[in-house]
Design a protein around this ligand. Structure first.
Ligand code: AKG
Length: 318
């Protein structure tokens, strides 16, 4: 659902339905293509299982020694995480040390974020209701973009040896960090367009690279009313032909769950600091909070040259 300019995404999304939103992304796709011609085969073929497998066998790089140094995740076995990722597409048992998640939450409570991906809508999270009144619109998300990297605890998580070790074992030796972000999702009356832009309430898979891995952390206590993330187990390795041949990455819950079964959907509630790592080629979504704001962190890994523009406006890391 990514790969579109951060600039004025809100106004684009408001202009109309799904096909209009796809059409307005065409200039961005063309720029991506000029900048990196290898983007086109990825965009067209990485949605199909046979081409993903071919790419894996053709490009996989060997994993060298694990990255050394102490991890904030203690003695968690890399192989346990990687085996769960291969089988289920998700490993749900991560936990950040208290001082780390508290430092990030304090940063996110005291630093201005940008509403609905729009840099003109700046506010601090505690003033969400006032911001909605001031900007006369529902505000569903608050992103920090490059400001996320000013928080030392965010950087400590991004650089933790466990993350890169797991990413290399799962994606191949060339795996590298491509995104790091923290963001709020707020309870509000959001339109379908706003929800779609924030990757909320619609199952989708990510198509920013041939192979990706995302670590997510709940930075506040997340229950059913806090808009938890949902992942469909096994959907990273089994895919209906119809869902491989479509240009659309988003699909209705009925369509997705009829195929994988309702029991395959895992809802990632948990205490502040709890985290999980998933293969985002599997179907997943955030949900809209109904009671309390959710604060999340994501560190994403990929295998190709990252695009200059990210959908969420976060900096591209080199
Ligand atoms: O907000 C969420 O939990 C979903 C995020 C998401 O879908 C993504 O990063 O691809």
């Amino acid at each position: 659902m990514h790969n579109s300019p951060a600039k004025d995404l809100e106004s684009i999304a408001r202009q109309g339905g799904r096909f209009k939103r796809m059409a307005v992304r065409i200039p961005t796709y063309l720029t991506d293509l000029r900048e990196n011609p290898a983007w086109l085969p990825m965009f067209l073929l990485a949605r199909t299982l046979p081409f993903r497998r071919m790419h894996w066998f053709a490009t996989r790089q060997p994993v060298t020694l694990p990255v050394s140094g102490a991890s904030m995740f203690g003695g968690l076995e890399r192989s346990t995480v990687v085996n769960a990722l291969r089988t289920d597409g998700i490993y749900p048992g991560l936990m950040l040390p208290d001082h780390i998640h508290r430092e990030i939450t304090e940063f996110a409570q005291t630093t201005g974020c940008f509403g609905n991906f729009n840099r003109k809508l700046e506010f601090v999270a505690g003033e969400h209701k006032e911001a909605e009144a001031r900007f006369v619109r529902p505000i569903l998300s608050g992103h920090f973009f490059e400001r996320s990297l000013d928080c030392a605890a965010v950087m400590a998580v991004q650089r933790d040896p466990l993350l890169i070790d797991v990413a290399r074992q799962y994606l191949g030796g060339q795996a590298k960090v491509i995104t790091t972000r923290i963001w709020w999702s707020f309870p509000t009356q959001a339109s379908e367009a706003d929800r779609s832009m924030a990757s909320l309430d619609k199952y989708h898979f990510d198509l920013d690279d041939w192979r990706m891995l995302k670590f997510f952390f709940n930075l506040v206590d997340v229950d059913e009313g806090t808009g938890p993330h949902v992942f469909v187990k096994g959907s990273h390795r089994r895919r209906r032909v119809k869902h491989q041949l479509t240009l659309l990455v988003g699909h209705s819950a009925d369509e997705v769950l009829d195929y994988y079964g309702k029991a395959s959907a895992v809802t990632l509630t948990g205490k502040a600091g709890s985290g999980f790592v998933e293969d985002p080629f599997g179907f997943h979504m955030g949900t809209v909070p109904t009671q309390k704001p959710r604060l999340m962190m994501e560190v994403g890994f990929g295998v190709s040259k990252p695009s200059q523009r990210r959908f969420h406006g976060e900096p591209v890391l080199r």
